[in-house]
Design a protein around this ligand. Sequence first.
Ligand SMILES: [Zn+2]
Ligand SMILES: [Zn+2]
Length: 127
Amino acid sequence: MHNAQAEGNAFFVCDFCHNHFADDRPMVEGHKGALICGQCLTPAYTSLIHLGQGSEHAGAHCTMCLEDRAEAQWASPAYPDAHICVRCVKQGAGVLSKDPDFNWSKPLAPAEGSRVVDDEDLDPDVV
Ligand SMILES: [Zn+2]
Ligand SMILES: [Zn+2]
């Protein structure tokens, strides 16, 4: 969204977290001035693309493309009225990851079982 009261970076406000544009907060623009920042796109991408979540929002109005698409959507945890569909997540991730001005890349798939310890630590002989 746009903050008409502000100028410069503060004019561009992410619809999903309500933070404004900054050097470490790149944004992708949707229809009617809708915006999603890289820091929201990361959990959206992980949830929809890697984990296959978001189906409970299918058919809801996507904030970015304004369509009621019958596909999974990610809703912002902070502002649940803001939704983004799979197609917009893919498009946005493609745009941001190719932009040389920003150090943003698509999130990697979470590791199998999301283990955070080394295999050595899982040795059953070690107490
Ligand atoms: Zn955001
Ligand atoms: Zn969309």
